[in-house]
Design a protein around this ligand. Structure first.
Ligand SMILES: [Zn+2]
Length: 95
């Protein structure tokens, strides 16, 4: 995915701007791996194989994403990720 395209993305929950951290690019400067962090809600969206994973919370599995996020963020921001394990015990808002 090209950086111009990723820069147009916003948080799917609050439409806030996302901060992009690129961890892997190809020779054409396409983004292959990285993370997008929402300034507002601190959600973390991984970019995998050039595809930003921006599914709603209910379609995300923290256990599946955890190893990836750990690798991408090197543990720097894992405590900011919304789908941390203790959060899964709470009732969803408005649900
Ligand atoms: Zn947000």
């Amino acid at each position: 995915m090209r950086i111009e395209t990723i820069n147009k993305l916003c948080c799917s929950f609050d439409k806030a701007d996302l901060k992009l951290t690129i961890t892997l690019k190809d020779i054409d400067e396409n983004i292959l791996e990285g993370i997008l962090i929402c300034d507002e809600c601190k959600r973390v969206y991984p970019i995998v194989s050039g595809i930003p994973i921006m599914s709603p919370d209910e379609y995300r599995e923290f256990k599946i994403e955890q190893p990836l996020l750990k690798r991408l963020t090197k543990d720097q921001i894992s405590d900011n990720f919304r789908l941390i394990e203790e959060a899964s015990e709470q009732q969803p808002l408005g649900g």
